[in-house]
Design a protein around this ligand. Structure first.
Ligand code: ARG
Length: 415
């Protein structure tokens, strides 16, 4: 199948045209002191404030000419289609995601899903379903609603939906549906899969990977340059997930090299984009405490097989694959301790709007100052509440369309 005509990205820094966001909604209000760890939040965000911060983020992107599409709008539009409704009811309730239900609750939820208007179904799918919300409807014919506590979720809420980066990734003119490692995030990819398969806007889009493939999360995927993709391998993406993506990209002719980058298996470095993001065609902002030890294994195509090179320092391997002299590094600011604090608060997690223009959390003064010293325009946004799920501007956004770098270069030559 051919690629999509009006979507796609071949770099991290080409002018951002369209971005997929999720405004924090009722799913965030379901976080409690008991479930936030399991649902991958470090605390209980103040929902209204998170929404204000998110609206300001979206307004900033809009003022820079970026078209914003909201995941729940796309989902609701998708759910107008009966085939799509049947598909998501089946994946959500009949498969692994519905393992808490039992037959009676499953049948009840199938009815609830079938009767729900598209907006209501979007709410059920994103905010989840709590025991006390269905107990009366199910009646006395099941042990499940009787024994589970009132506030136990039969279907978990999806508070991490705001991190649209992780559940799908555009690679050139195809979109990879990712396969999150964390259980709390599996169902996010069911939703992106549904949207990209059924929403008319994406009709004809060719899909890569898939939510049942080997673990791969979008925060680990960095498009270093057209045809060169770096993939973090650690707490989330597994070696098999990175290798699967390499095979898929090579088979589709979309990349020549994939650099697998081992990361420490820790929350602070859950994705490659927590330690390194691109701010220009040849500059990254990077966490200095790992910069000297970060390595990369270059994977290249060899007929139908792949070949894995010996590890090299990340910046060396990257520059080589990108065919540039040096991939310059701007350090997370100031000293080891400040760098550690600002890395934790997503100082490295910037979203490029164009070469040398990056959105960053305002709180990371030292890192932002470093970026400015290096000639990067820093577009500051507030993120105290948004960041409580441990994600910054890059995690909060999935670029659907970026201007191809080649076009920009050609335009510059013409000028
Ligand atoms: N691309 C990213 N770094 N995303 C951050 C995701 C944070 C989310 N709470 C998780 O733990 O999965």
């Amino acid at each position: 199948m051919a690629g999509h005509p009006s979507a796609g990205a071949d770099s991290e820094v080409g002018r951002l045209r369209t971005v997929l966001l999720h405004r924090p909604g009722p799913e965030l209000a379901r976080l409690t002191p008991h479930n936030h760890d399991r649902l991958l939040f470090d605390g209980i965000p103040w929902v209204a404030q998170a929404q204000d911060e998110h609206d300001a983020f979206a307004a900033t992107l809009g003022s820079r000419g970026v078209e914003i599409v909201y995941l729940t709008d796309l989902l609701t539009e998708t759910l107008a289609d009966d085939e799509a409704r049947a598909a998501i009811a089946h994946t959500t309730l009949d498969g692994y995601a519905g393992r808490r239900l039992g037959d009676a609750v499953r049948a009840h939820l199938h009815r609830l899903f079938a009767d729900a208007a598209p907006e209501e179904l979007t709410r059920l799918l994103t905010a989840g379903v709590r025991n006390d919300e269905v107990r009366a409807g199910v009646g006395p014919s099941t042990l499940v609603t009787s024994l589970l506590a009132d506030d136990e979720f039969l279907l978990d809420p999806l508070p991490n939906l705001i991190f649209t980066r992780d559940s799908s990734v555009w690679l050139s003119d195809r979109v990879a549906i990712t396969s999150p490692a964390m259980r709390a995030r599996h169902r996010e990819s069911h939703l992106t899969d549904l949207i990209y398969r059924h929403h008319p806007r994406f009709a004809g889009a060719a899909l890569l990977h898939g939510h049942e493939s080997e673990p791969l999360e979008g925060g680990d995927v960095l498009l270093l340059s057209p045809g060169v993709v770096a993939v973090g391998v650690g707490e989330r993406t597994t070696p098999a997930g990175a290798e699967r993506l390499a095979r898929e990209l090579f088979a589709a002719g979309l990349a020549s090299t994939l650099l697998a980058v081992p990361l420490a298996m820790e929350r602070a470095t859950m994705h490659l984009d927590t330690v390194c993001t691109m701010v220009d065609v040849d500059q990254v902002v990077m966490y200095p405490n790992v910069a000297d030890t970060l390595t990369a294994y270059a994977i290249t195509a060899h007929g139908d097989e792949v070949r894995v090179a010996r590890p090299e320092p990340f910046l060396v391997a990257a520059a080589k694959a990108m065919q540039i002299d040096t991939l310059h590094r701007i350090d997370t600011g100031l000293d080891r301790v400040t760098a550690e604090r600002e890395q934790w608060d997503d100082g490295n997690n910037t979203l490029a709007l164009a070469p040398r223009v990056a959105v960053a959390y305002e709180r990371n003064d030292r890192t932002n100052a470093r970026l400015e010293e290096a000639g990067i325009e820093v577009v500051r946004i507030a993120g105290s509440e948004l960041g409580s799920g441990r994600g910054g501007p890059r995690c909060l956004s999935c670029p659907v369309a970026r201007e191809p770098l080649a076009v920009r270069d050609a335009a510059m030559l013409d000028a």
